[in-house]
Design a protein. Structure first.
Length: 202
């Protein structure tokens, strides 16, 4: 089971890196600044998922701290809360329970990768920013949920898993606010919005 876990985490790291590059292409292509904002938002979510994945894969807890600081998007000093680099080792469990938890973690992680792939594909397939925001929201909500829950199951319960849960809460609280602000910006800056979608007059 350890070989399967290592193979899936390696493949997941490569897939997330490729999705980051594909989303970077979307950010460069634009054509509007709101397209670029949506793409950068997806990139930041993918980078957080990649950092937590590397923390589980390499068993280096400080990477969760980096992801947490990146997730906060605030400046200012923050004390280091992690233990030593090997504090996230799994406790001794029965092999059957350990295999079931690992299988559940891998399944959640793979489904989250599929959702992220669908979200990045939507950034390229949809024509308008407001449509692309829906694709990005799927990655920001369901994709990050499945990836982080899967990685928490693979890592085992520890301080790093608690920090991963905190990252998840921060993302779920800030993502709707960001999407709302981008949508308001798009509505206020596009003069012919009626061509792209149905507009209600208040």
């Amino acid at each position: 089971m350890e070989q399967v876990r290592t193979w899936v985490l390696t493949a997941g790291a490569v897939v997330l890196a490729l999705l980051i590059l594909a989303t970077l292409v979307r950010a460069v292509l634009g054509p509007r600044f709101t397209d670029r904002i949506v793409a950068v938002n997806v990139i930041s979510t993918l980078v957080i998922a990649e950092l937590v994945l590397l923390s589980v894969w390499l068993r280096e807890d400080f990477l969760v701290d980096v992801a947490l600081v990146f997730c906060r998007r605030q400046s200012g000093p923050r004390p280091h809360c992690g233990g030593n680099a090997r504090s996230g080792r799994r406790r001794e469990e029965t092999p059957m329970i350990d295999n079931l938890v690992t299988a559940a973690g891998l399944a959640c992680f793979l489904f989250g990768l599929f959702v992220f792939f669908s979200a990045v594909l939507g950034l390229f397939r949809f024509d308008y920013v407001l449509n692309r925001m829906h694709a990005a929201a799927v990655g920001d909500s369901l994709g990050i949920f499945c990836v982080l829950i899967g990685l928490m199951l693979l890592h085992g319960w520890s301080l790093s898993a608690a920090k991963t849960l905190l990252i998840f809460v921060f993302l779920w609280l800030t993502s709707p606010v960001c999407s709302h602000l981008v949508a308001e910006m798009e509505v206020s800056t596009v003069p012919d919005l009626e061509k792209e979608c149905e507009v209600e007059v208040r």
